[in-house]
Design a protein around this ligand. Structure first.
Ligand code: Y43
Ligand code: MG
Length: 194
């Protein structure tokens, strides 16, 4: 089974990625004893995903992947965007949600989740794959599943928020599903050529 190191400290993300990439053996930062903080100071999801994957490929000498993701709200001109994890002073999911809802001041808005997967190989190869999922921000929180902004991200066609979906349902339509599908399609094509 093909092995990949996933550069993430987010247990929810790791679980989703392991479930979507079930054909791969995914190692995490704990498995390689990496405990440093990686500074995500890029200005785009692509830059931040590459910073994380590059750091871990260099550290391990192996192929690494990373996900950089976030929420982009139309009425907030795309915020919180790449700052999604650090949007509130406290930098917790609950406070980040509170800040978005307070800025929207009771209004609904179109929004999208973005996930960018970066692949970095020891030979210096660097690639990114982007997935997006469109929905709406609603003014109340619904559901207890998932993580991050899931309780306020509503999918009109399902009449549910991401936090009201099972993990299998979320993983079949999410931004992360789309980015990982592009990524695994690339890996499969690459392996058939060799
Ligand atoms: O499916 C999602 N459902 C809800 N919220 C989500 C999702 N995907 C990203 N998000 C939010 C969470 C966090 O506020 C930010 C990601 O920030 P991001 O830096 O990529 O991840 P992180 O710091 O949690 O873990 P790490 O960088 O170690 O992979 O966007
Ligand atoms: Mg992060």
């Amino acid at each position: 089974m093909k092995e990949l190191i996933l550069a993430s400290n987010n247990a929810h993300k790791v679980e989703e990625i392991k479930s979507i990439l079930s054909d791969y053996n995914i190692l995490t930062l704990k498995d390689i004893n990496f405990t440093d903080e990686i500074i995500e100071d890029g200005l785009t999801f692509e830059e931040n995903a590459l910073i994380k994957a590059r750091t871990i490929s260099k550290y391990s000498g192996k192929t690494a992947i990373a996900d950089d993701s976030g929420l982009s709200v139309e009425l907030l001109e795309g915020r919180p965007g790449v700052y999604s994890a650090r949007y509130s002073k406290e930098q917790t999911d609950a406070k980040n949600i509170e800040k978005v809802l307070s800025e929207l001041d009771g209004k609904k808005s179109k929004a999208k989740f973005v996930s960018v997967i970066a692949l970095v190989k020891p030979d210096g190869t660097e690639l990114t794959f982007r997935g997006e999922c469109h929905g709406e921000i609603i003014s109340e929180q619904r559901g207890n599943n998932g993580f991050g902004y899931d309780p306020i991200f509503y999918v009109p066609s399902l009449e549910k928020t991401f936090a009201e979906l099972s993990s299998d349902e979320k993983n079949s339509i999410s931004h992360r599903k789309e980015s990982l599908e592009k990524f695994s399609k690339f890996l499969k094509e690459e392996n058939n050529e060799n």
